[in-house]
Design a protein around this ligand. Structure first.
Ligand code: S3P
Length: 181
């Protein structure tokens, strides 16, 4: 870690970028572009869980159930407070637990990648790695149920744009002084 990185940590000014949003909103793709551009580390919380459990998300859902996955997700969200200069992409359902939103906001600046259900669904339909992905109607209902929770992010970004454009917009916002941090 650089001297500035260490100083920021001592001052408890968490300097992470956290991406939330529905499946298909581009959190992982945008996250990797951001990390490359800013020379930050990149952590995908779903991958972190898969590595720890040595199991794919779809298998965790099938064998242990969604509630078990949500506990793992809760534990992973709590760990983000220990990160610094990191772009963190999250699973779409992380906001289902209010405590996770609070933990993520403490760990950094939270960006909600937002797009209409039909556009998101078109991007990911048929992906068997996503256990909650069923019909377009069900997908739209999940988004509707989650929308208010997603909007607790510090910033909402139009995720219908290209991943590069989204990353650029986030970099511009992230670079500005934040009065509440
Ligand atoms: C989920 C989204 C997935 C993954 C799990 C549950 C959700 O992540 O965490 O399948 O509840 O929306 P992505 O948003 O990366 O697809």
């Amino acid at each position: 870690m650089t001297t500035i990185g260490r100083l920021k940590k001592i001052m408890n000014a968490a300097n992470n970028i956290i991406l939330i949003g529905m499946m298909g909103s581009g959190k992982s793709t945008v996250g990797k572009i951001l990390a490359d551009s800013l020379k930050f580390d990149f952590v995908d919380l779903d991958e972190f869980i898969e590595k720890n459990e040595a199991m794919a998300i779809s298998d965790i859902f099938a064998k242990q159930g969604e509630d078990y996955f949500r506990k793992l997700e809760f534990n992973a969200a709590k760990e983000t407070i220990h990160l610094q200069d990191t772009v963190i992409s999250t699973g779409g359902g992380i906001i289902k637990n209010e405590a996770n939103i609070a933990a993520l906001k403490k760990a950094g600046t939270v960006f909600y990648l937002s797009a209409p259900a039909n556009i998101l669904y078109r991007r990911i339909k048929g992906d068997s790695a996503r256990p909650l992905l069923k019909t377009e109607e069900e997908f739209a209902k999940i988004l509707e149920e989650r929308e208010n929770a997603y909007k607790q992010a510090d910033f909402m970004i139009d995720a219908t744009k290209s991943p590069e454009e989204i990353a650029q917009e986030i970099i511009e916002i992230f670079g500005r002084p934040k009065p509440w941090k």
